[in-house]
Write a protein that binds this ligand. Structure first.
Ligand code: ZN
Length: 92
């Protein structure tokens, strides 16, 4: 009998969408609640110094597969550095 246990529901850190995931399989990001970003790495994969106190207060937040995919694409070298949902190509 297939085991469907272990699936839980949570809110994607990035897009706030509720989605189901297996806690053992889901991609998570360690998020510093003060900044909303991981202490040692930005959501998009660029590195920055991680302070120990930031790491200590950070929590793992699940991220839905769509956003993982987006983050990977944004992390590609050569892409324009993104700003999540506020990336305005406004030119007057
Ligand atoms: Zn998402």
């Amino acid at each position: 009998m297939p085991e469907e246990q272990g699936t839980t529901t949570g809110r994607c850190f990035a897009c706030k969408r509720t989605f189901s995931f297996d806690p053992k399989e889901v991609m998570t990001f360690l998020i510093d609640p003060e900044t909303g970003f991981p202490p040692g790495i930005t959501f998009f994969g660029s590195l920055r110094p991680a302070k120990p106190d930031a790491v200590a207060r950070s929590v793992d937040e699940p991220v839905c597969p769509d956003c993982v995919d987006k983050a990977k694409r944004f992390a590609d070298p050569g892409n324009t550095p993104p700003q999540w949902e506020s990336w305005p190509p406004t030119k007057d």
